[in-house]
Design a protein around this ligand. Structure first.
Ligand SMILES: *Cc1c(COP(=O)(O)O)cnc(C)c1O
Length: 387
């Protein structure tokens, strides 16, 4: 067989990686105060949803992301569900969402009884393409009585959720404009993007709310966890209320004034989060170093390129990715790399290809369908390039 792009890409990846096999796609780095802070919880008995680490984690997270309020949640999907509720998403509404995303983004919409409406991505950011989306919305939707209505389905387009794919900042400003002009609530799924910036500003704060995830495979992990970011005090209050079973202060009485959720992050998880935030600048530097090594190693290859951060952004490079010209070379790369103990994998199956979402409304999704056949994610753990 000819030495094609797949084999050349594997050589390049191997040249960057240390010799130990297997190498996972993304492993947590727990080398700071995680033990100390978690032990503090265990020693004090403050392990659950009340405790000083939750408050501290929220305060430090808000400061790091440059937002007024951060509300910690049990996971990123719960944060997204809460975001949908505070954005006013109700049964029978439509919510614009990229077809290229993790299923949690779309499930959060379904939890509200709303219908996801899939939009395509662009090559530069791998996130929503604002140019084609604006044109598409002008085509299929009309403004009426202060809301935007899908002319074909008659449903209100209540919200739009953008997603910062693999940590690369999407077109926040352009998408915010699209939403503003049409009275659509703008939400950011920044689950993969802690530490990522566009025009110097941390992502997740351009709309009504942004959501983070601290799942085990994310850069900052709390075991499981998530957060809602917002600059709006009323939204913050509502999100906090909803994630704590909508309980109202009433002495020892159990008083709840709406259907709430038990979504609060436990203290023991927040303790990990506090330690992880201390380590974050070092982890980000390591990830950017790793990305640069991959980029340099792939620079001269034919038929494959390293997916670099979009212009005017600083990506956290959560998952490094290669883009092959030919789907067959991508498939071969996945096969030969995994056979060698180097964990690589394709992107998510696009949402409109999942059985429960196959019938949802959508714009033409040509680029999503094309990219998922040509992208491979490669090992991206920060420890691979920690100094
Ligand atoms: C990780 C992730 C989430 C949230 O995941 P949880 O496991 O619920 O924390 C949501 N959206 C995207 C795009 C993600 O990558």
């Amino acid at each position: 067989m000819m030495h094609g792009a797949a084999d050349a890409a594997l050589d390049a990846v191997e040249a960057v990686l240390p010799p130990q096999r297997p190498v996972a796609l993304h492993e947590p780095t727990l080398r700071g105060n995680e033990w100390v802070y978690v032990k503090e919880c265990l020693d004090s008995g403050w392990v659950s949803t009340v405790g000083s680490f939750v408050t501290r984690f929220e305060r430090e997270l808000a400061a790091y992301c440059g937002v007024e309020h951060a509300i910690a949640a049990v996971n990123g999907t719960a944060a997204l569900h809460t975001a949908m509720v505070v954005a006013g998403v109700r049964t029978g509404d439509e919510v614009i969402v990229p077809a290229l995303t993790f299923v949690g983004t779309v499930n959060a919409i379904s939890y509200c009884g709303a219908i996801p409406h899939f939009a395509d991505v662009d090559r530069e950011t791998l996130g929503l393409d604002p140019v084609r989306l604006a044109r598409y919305l002008d085509d299929v939707a009309v403004r009426k009585d202060g809301v935007t209505i899908n002319r074909e389905t008659g449903r209100v387009v209540r919200a739009l959720v953008m997603m910062h794919t693999f940590g690369h900042p999407g077109h926040t400003a352009a998408l915010a404009d699209i939403c503003k002009a049409r009275s659509i609530a703008f939400v950011e799924d920044a689950a993969e993007a802690i530490g990522s910036r566009r025009a110097g500003r941390h992502v997740g704060a351009s709309g009504l709310v942004g959501c983070l995830s601290f799942n085990g495979n994310k850069i900052v992990t709390t075991g499981g966890g998530g957060a809602i970011l917002t600059n709006d005090a009323d939204i913050a209050r509502r999100a906090r209320h909803l994630t704590t079973t909508a309980r109202v202060p009433a002495g020892w009485e159990f008083e709840h004034d709406e259907v709430g959720y038990n979504y609060r992050l436990p203290n023991i998880n927040a303790a990990m989060g506090c330690a992880q935030l201390e380590a974050l600048p070092g982890l980000l530097a390591a990830k950017r170093r790793l990305a640069e090594q991959y980029r340099a190693a792939c620079d001269t290859l034919a038929g494959v390129q390293f997916v670099a951060e979009p212009a005017d952004t600083e990506s956290n490079y959560w998952l490094c990715a290669l883009l092959f010209d030919e789907p067959a070379q991508r498939d071969r790369f996945l096969e030969i790399s995994n056979a060698k103990g180097i964990q690589t994998r394709p992107p998510w199956r696009p949402m409109h290809r999942l059985p429960m979402y196959a019938e949802c409304p959508r714009m033409p999704l040509g680029l999503t369908d094309d990219l998922v056949r040509r992208i491979a994610n490669i090992p991206s753990s920060p420890f691979l390039a920690l100094t």
